[in-house]
Ligand binder design. Structure first.
Ligand SMILES: *Cc1c(COP(=O)(O)O)cnc(C)c1O
Length: 396
């Protein structure tokens, strides 16, 4: 069969190899602890579910405007004002089927063939693929622990060329947990504004920040920033609503109108019922959030203390999201039994077989000397899984 050329350049999810192996082992009755989760292990709060049930019963089950219901756009404007100090009108908001969909659509609307998008690595696996699907060229900016996995304004300035159109920022970051401070962002936005490049700010983990760190949107750090910032957010992570598929974009009116047009011929509106649930999520107090945050922070601290005692492993303290991203370069090249482990994928495979834990190899995030371990799983699983990991790594 002939498949479109643009799809050939797109990599399938790099986590798939491990994931399918984990499922295979699980299906054969082997007890696997999964540290691959990219979603909270908490249930959607009841008051949010109830809003959806009420919507169904009231017959709110028909098409809405393709760009989303006015009620949810209003709730998003209010949220951005209240929580982020940002002033947007409804014409600058478009609702999509999850933040991932928002990101896909932004690149479809913004990019021409050959346009370049700067992506700091380690990056969320979807960014480069979404850029390629829009005909753009992902340009990776490597970061290391030395700068806390953050890009600097100076590095950004050096990397911008006439083809550069967009910089992606994801703070708190998946997979590193890095959080940009207001100062970091001010310096970066000065460069972006001067060079006239857009900054796509993926703020999906904004409420999952620890240790007194605070999420700040780059859109508000200097007066000119808002015009060049495209804010992407959604309800998936904050409200444990990954399956509901509601995300949104706040940005310049022309871009937002373009996304609305695209959606009118592709998805049409996001699900009417899920939008009602999202209205409840954004307008009522986020009462389940403090408990979730406390659990995440405790699990993170426990993980860091255990990982810290493993020879060959070092881990920068993540300040947000729900992942740790340890550097495992000290393990690569070692022999475990009769096998030599030279890449993060091989290490993940070894840990899956020997320790029966599933971790995500860093290669897919553009950082092969790392693995990602999610703490969106119970403390019991974490205790057991890390003990098994320590045992497996002692078998040299
Ligand atoms: C989970 C995630 C998203 C998207 O979530 P949706 O469920 O599509 O709203 C976006 N960016 C990052 C970095 C994520 O981890």
């Amino acid at each position: 069969m002939q498949i479109a050329r643009k799809l050939r350049k797109v990599s399938p999810s790099p986590t798939l190899a491990i994931d399918s192996k984990a499922k295979q082992l699980k299906a054969s009755g082997i007890d696997i602890i999964n540290f691959g989760a990219g979603e909270p292990d908490f249930d959607t709060p009841d008051y949010i579910k109830q809003a959806a049930i009420t919507a169904i019963q009231a017959g709110y089950t028909k098409y809405t405007p393709a760009s989303g219901s006015p009620e949810l756009k209003e709730a998003v404007c209010e949220k951005l004002r209240r929580e982020n100090g940002l002033d947007y009108t409804m014409k600058e908001i478009v609702i999509s089927c999850g933040a991932k969909h928002s990101i896909y659509n932004i690149f479809q609307v913004l990019l021409n063939p050959g346009d370049e998008v700067l992506i700091p690595a380690p990056y969320w696996v979807t960014y480069p693929e979404a850029v390629k699907l829009a005909g753009g060229k992902p340009v990776i900016m490597k970061t290391t622990e030395k700068t806390g996995f953050k890009i600097t304004a100076a590095a950004l300035r050096r990397k911008i060329n006439p083809k550069t159109r967009v910089l992606i920022l994801n703070s708190p970051s998946n997979p590193t947990g890095a959080v940009y401070t207001e100062e970091d962002l001010r310096d970066i936005m000065k460069v972006a504004v001067a060079k006239k490049i857009h900054v796509l700010s993926d703020e999906i983990y904004e409420h999952l920040v620890y240790d007194g760190f605070r999420h700040v949107s780059p859109a508000r750090v200097i007066p000119e920033a808002k015009a060049w910032t495209i804010v992407v957010n959604g309800v998936s992570k904050t409200f444990s609503m990954t399956g509901w598929r509601i995300g949104y974009t706040a940005g310049p009116e022309e871009l937002v109108a373009g996304i609305g047009k695209l959606q009118s011929h592709s998805t049409s509106n996001p699900t009417s019922i899920a939008m009602k649930a999202a209205v409840a999520a954004l307008t009522q107090p986020a009462s389940a959030l403090p408990e979730m945050k406390t659990a995440f922070r405790e699990r993170r601290d426990f993980m860091l203390s255990k990982l810290g005692s493993l020879p060959g492993v070092s881990c920068l303290k993540p300040r947000g999201a729900f992942y740790v991203f340890p550097n495992v370069s000290g393990l690569l090249g070692k022999k475990y039994g009769d096998r030599t482990v030279t890449t993060s994928l091989q290490l993940a495979e070894y840990l899956l077989e020997r320790a029966r834990i599933a971790v995500v190899p860093g290669g897919g995030f553009g950082a092969d000397e790392f693995i990602r371990i999610s703490y969106a799983t119970s403390m019991d699983n974490i205790k057991q899984g890390l003990a098994r990991m320590a045992e497996a790594l002692s078998k040299t």
